[in-house]
Design a protein around this ligand. Structure first.
Ligand code: OXT
Ligand code: ADP
Ligand code: MG
Length: 599
């Protein structure tokens, strides 16, 4: 097999190493050959493609890679658990449209990262997980190698694509294929398997340079057909009660100005999905977020832009949409703007699919919308306006209360004000009640500023997302966390402190999963399964690593602590004690939670 990689030498320590002249007992006048190795080829390939940050966790066989990457000018953020590094990489991909890179060791490290890779694929976030792996021939014969596992086979069903590189001269192609697969079309998570033996393989430095590929146009524009655009415009024009739904695909596309123009020129009310909040400011007069349960069943034509009709939209049918039973179609016609041609009809009939990248699709639609475009009927807009004002007034009334103990509303009223005063801050959010209340109470003002549990409703994204958001943007991050949610990635507060990141974690601490007042029905000594240690002092965790920890029990204390954090940009953890009886089972998705029949 070995061509130019024939000489497999020990670990190289410089970008290029002079190979010893073995041609004629050292007497030849052949020029010493400059060599490179797998470590440097990988680093060079990443840098060539504009990658500037690696999120990972070092160990055999990638420790030296992390050192050399840092020495070569890449930012290497070293985590305490691979899952958090993986979540960080995935959200960096969402924020930047460049694949986030996660680096792990073999078998257990790889598996720890795999949840995040699968989550990236599910959420359409571009990410490349690179894992070192064990010796192929030993793994293939199941001979019990150190951290033995057939990682490529295991990653394949969970990733958008998976590749393995065996020879140093193929690293350039491997990285190029991984990058292209992650960001082109519907973005997703890609796995790149690099066996330990690859890293110290050497080859001629010039041949190595030639083998690298700078990916040209990694996410090519995909222009929709004019027929499809016209079909969609005709349907929208004839609507009596049109509605636009913006999803995180729309946020990802970074077509912010054109999306706003489409909404404003048509005058159609819109509903932002969770991570599309802020694409237009939540205070925009066309936002129908505060009338969600009215507009979904009432709309007659719905334009989905980068949003799937999955569980978060009740599959486009059933009672949420005005259907007579849980699976019945509500009668809506759908336009779906999406890059994936197979997304249409996945749940209900899509009458006008517009397939292409959102930027190109929205531009093409705008070209067909002139100043004479009819605004939606006033009856529809007024009806929404009425529901909206009613809900907003009700919300304002609740937010104005100051109960003791503090509850979700009185605490989140403070977060709402702090975000309003700092619209560039990035809000990371997870939990159940802590998630759902934050989503409806805290307005967002700018695109891609709200990062949350996404399509899977996954707990554990909190600190990984926060670290990446701070590292990638340099902006203040505010992470609003349920106490259970925080526990999944809490150890990463050490990482936040180590890299001195401007992250303010606010734990809405109600002593448990959903609430903290459950008791063991047997009267035994064990606590109830959903209840945690009462009044746990989470803030001490941050203090342990040199950050600021604050324990608060009132909105006024919370406000002071948050304002200090935002002013100082210091790593801060605010343990906000709230009423342990304040939450409901599963938050707003109680209906999805099977419960045993009452005896
Ligand atoms: O129209 P109506 O009247 O219906 O009102 C709506 C809006 O119109 C209105 N609204 C407004 N009013 C006034 N003003 C404004 N500005 C406004 N905006 C909106 O408010 C309501 C609600 O609006 P919303 O939110 O838009 O509408 P709705 O109907 O809720 O939308 C439906 C959905 C489905 C789109 C929405 O609910 C949604 O996005 N939900 C996401 C839910 C989710 O993903 N949850 C997380 C998972 S829960 C569970 O699985 C948990 N686990 C298990 C577990 C998980 N997940 N992962 C792993 C790895 N392991 C285990 C665990 C362990 S959660 C959890 C921990 C929980 O405990 P914590 O301590 O962390 O958290 P606490 O609960 O706080 O204790
Ligand atoms: P949400 O959870 O906010 O409803 P989803 O994750 O369900 O959003 O949907 C995102 C959709 O956006 C996916 O179907 C994906 O194919 C699509 N998408 C992602 N990026 C682009 C893009 N650049 N152009 C077009 N569609 C995109
Ligand atoms: Mg809780």
């Amino acid at each position: 097999m070995e061509s130019i990689t024939a000489a497999r030498k020990g670990t190289a320590s410089a970008a290029t190493v002079a190979a010893p002249d073995i041609t004629s007992g050292g007497q030849s006048n052949v020029q010493p050959q400059q060599e490179t190795d797998g470590f440097h080829l990988l680093i060079d390939a990443l840098k060539l493609n504009g990658i500037d940050t690696i999120f990972g966790l070092p160990g055999i066989p990638i420790s030296d890679l992390t050192r050399k990457a840092q020495a070569a000018g890449l930012r290497v953020i070293s985590f305490r658990h691979e899952q958090n590094a993986g979540y960080a990489a995935s959200i960096a991909g969402f924020m930047t449209q460049k694949p986030g890179i996660c680096l792990t060791v073999s078998a257990p490290g790889f598996l720890n990262g795999l949840t995040a890779l699968a989550n990236a694929t599910t959420n359409c976030f571009p990410m490349v997980m690179i894992s070192g792996s064990s010796e192929r021939e030993v793994v293939d014969l199941s001979q019990g190698d150190y951290e033995e596992m057939d990682q490529l086979a295991i990653a394949r069903p969970l990733a958008k694509a998976a590749f393995r590189v065996l020879h140093a001269e193929d690293i350039g192609v491997g990285v190029a294929r991984a990058i292209r697969a992650a960001v082109s079309g519907r973005p997703g998570g890609v796995y790149l398997d690099l066996p330990a033996k690859l890293f110290p393989q050497t080859m001629d430095a010039e041949a190595g340079r030639q083998s690298l590929i700078k990916v040209v146009d990694p996410a090519p524009r995909q222009i929709p057909s004019q027929d499809a655009v016209q079909r969609a415009l005709d349907l929208i024009k004839g609507a009596a009660r049109p509605l636009i739904i913006l999803g995180k695909g729309a946020a990802y596309s970074q077509a912010d100005a054109d999306i706003r123009a489409l909404v404003e020129k048509t005058g159609i009310p819109y509903l932002p999905m969770s991570m599309a909040k802020g694409l237009l400011p939540d205070t925009h007069e066309q936002s129908a977020a505060a009338a969600r349960s009215y507009v979904l069943p009432e709309a007659d034509v719905v334009v989905l832009i980068g949003a799937r009709l999955n569980w978060l939209l009740s599959h486009g049918k059933g009672k949420t949409w005005g259907g007579k039973s849980s699976k019945a179609w509500g009668g809506q016609k759908f336009v779906q703007v999406d890059i994936s041609p197979t997304e249409a009809d996945s749940n209900v009939r899509i009458d006008a699919p517009v397939i292409g990248d959102i930027g190109s699709c929205v531009k093409a639609m705008l070209a067909g919308i002139d100043a004479k475009w009819p605004k939606p009927p006033a009856e529809w807009l007024n009806a929404i306006g009425e529901r909206k004002s009613r809900n907003i007034a009700k919300m304002a009334e609740t937010l104005a209360k100051n109960p003791t103990p503090m509850n979700f509303h009185s605490a989140l009223n403070v977060v709402r004000d702090v975000i309003k005063a700092n619209p560039d801050a990035i809000l990371v959010n997870e939990g159940a009640n802590a998630l759902d209340f934050t989503r409806s109470i805290v307005d967002m003002y700018k695109p891609r500023k709200r990062l949350d549990v996404g399509t899977w409703g996954v707990m554990g994204i909190g600190m990984g997302f926060s670290i990446a958001a701070a590292a990638v943007s340099g902006e203040q991050v505010i992470a609003v966390e349920g106490d259970s949610a925080f526990g999944f990635s809490g150890m990463e507060v050490e990482t936040i402190c180590r890299y001195n990141l401007p992250v303010c974690v606010v734990i809405l601490n109600n002593n448990g999963v959903y609430r903290g007042d459950e008791v063991n029905p047997t009267g035994g000594a064990d606590p109830a399964p959903l209840a945690f240690t009462k009044d746990a002092r989470y803030e001490k965790l941050m203090e342990a690593f040199g950050g600021v920890g604050v324990h608060v029990t009132t909105p006024a204390e919370l406000r002071n602590a948050m304002e200090d954090a935002v002013r100082s940009h210091k790593p801060t953890l605010i343990n906000a004690l709230i009423d342990e009886k304040a939450g409901t089972e599963s938050g707003r998705i109680t209906g999805l939670n099977p419960t045993a029949k009452k005896a």
